[in-house]
Design a protein around this ligand. Structure first.
Ligand code: PLP
Length: 384
């Protein structure tokens, strides 16, 4: 059946039926009292998911818009910026800081590795004039998650403001914005928040506001001072993507009904099962266990087949889409997402399709060897 598809990429992700339904409601005016009430309600729920009492903004853009908003409002030309990177999205944050005139100290921990807090501490000690620190919570390009708790508590001891790209991690991996002192958290709609692409989100701490209030970088659409004026009236500065906000309302209800801790536990379980399955097939994982992402698993393609050829077979024969590798990782890795509206059977589908496709590509894996490992995790070993 050609139309049956299984979207298992790290964004856009599958959108649950209640969200689709909510988004199909009639449009109302984005400046109406009725819509203001919705924005107020939704912002309250967003704050729960961000685990913050800080201001939280809804932006009409993809996740990169939230990253740009963070940089455009924080970085003054000539400001010293410490950009911590372990992949594609860390590099993007660096690029943005450069474009806004930051004097960027780029620390590359390498693709497949996580941020080393000892290195960060040394940088901060030696450079008390660092104004902004940029980091990625979940590095989607490599399936690595960083210790944002440790980083937040470290940077809080210095003058620098910490901005975290949580585009693919928020609502999949715990992020306690206030408790961990994260000044800016940026996220996007199309990943663990279970919406289509089109919205971005940003939380802003008091420490960040002080920096934003003295910022001189040119900006227009992403001016957070304008956004702050608008949100005081439960509005956005420019036309709000009304249908997306309806969907957000429904998605946040699902997340909060499940309970944040349960949502994180589910992601952890799916990641564990996926990793066990991959190892059961004799394949190599890119990220080591201690920094493996709960939201996406990156797998090294076996020598006999290029990852992109394998992905073509998966899509052609089984309707399954995995993501490929980016930049230097292209053709070398494939990435299986287990974020957002994902559950145990998504992992089983992913792994069973992978087993069949591997066989077609000349990699001899015993059928069921990966699926069995995932099942064992799911049943807790009771049928071993
Ligand atoms: N940051 C991370 C960690 C991401 O995974 C992505 C998208 O994959 C982005 C930023 C960019 O988001 P968008 O493509 O929505 O602009």
């Amino acid at each position: 059946m050609k139309d049956k598809k299984y979207l298992l990429i790290p964004g856009p992700t599958q959108v649950p039926p209640p969200v689709v339904e909510a988004m199909s409601r009639p449009i109302i005016g984005h400046r109406s009292a009725e819509f203001q009430a919705i924005v107020e309600r939704v912002t309250g729920k967003l704050k729960k998911v961000f685990q913050t009492k800080n201001d939280v903004f809804i932006l009409g853009s993809s996740g990169t818009g939230a990253l740009e908003a963070a940089v455009a409002n924080l970085v003054n030309p000539g400001d010293k910026v410490l950009a911590l990177s372990c992949g594609k999205f860390g590099e993007r944050f660096r690029d943005l800081a450069k474009i806004y005139g930051g004097e960027v100290d780029f620390v590359d921990f390498g693709w497949g590795y996580d941020i080393d807090l000892k290195v960060v501490k040394k940088k901060l000690e030696e450079n008390p004039d660092i104004k902004v620190v940029l980091a990625t919570q979940n590095e989607t390009s490599t399936g690595v998650q960083n210790d944002i708790e440790g980083l937040g508590k470290l940077v809080a001891q210095y003058e620098a403001v910490l901005a975290v790209d949580a585009v693919s991690g928020l609502a999949a991996i715990d992020l306690k914005t206030d408790e961990w002192h994260i000044d800016i958290v940026a996220s996007g709609s199309q990943k663990a928040l279970m919406l289509p692409p089109g919205l971005a989100f940003l939380s802003v701490s008091d420490k960040a506001w002080r920096k934003i209030e003295e910022n001189t970088s040119p900006k227009y659409y992403f001016d957070l001072l304008k956004a702050r004026k608008s949100i005081a009236k439960w509005n956005t500065a420019y036309t709000t993507p009304v249908s997306m906000v309806y969907g957000l309302d429904a998605a946040l209800d699902m997340i909060l009904e499940e309970g944040l801790d349960n949502v994180f536990e589910r992601h952890k379980l799916l990641a564990k099962a996926t990793r066990a399955a991959i190892q059961g097939l004799g394949l190599e994982l890119l990220a080591p266990d201690d920094c493996a992402s709960m939201a996406v698993t990156a797998v090294q393609s076996p020598m006999v087949v290029d990852a992109d050829t394998l992905r073509k077979v998966l899509l052609r024969d089984y309707g399954v889409t995995f993501a490929g590798g980016q930049d230097a990782m292209k053709g070398k890795i494939f990435r299986i997402a287990h974020m957002g509206f994902a559950d145990k059977m998504d992992v089983i589908i992913a792994i069973s399709a992978l087993e069949m496709a591997l066989g077609k590509c000349g990699y001899k894996a015993e059928l069921g060897a990966g699926v069995r490992e995932a099942q064992m995790i799911f049943v807790g070993g009771e049928h071993a």
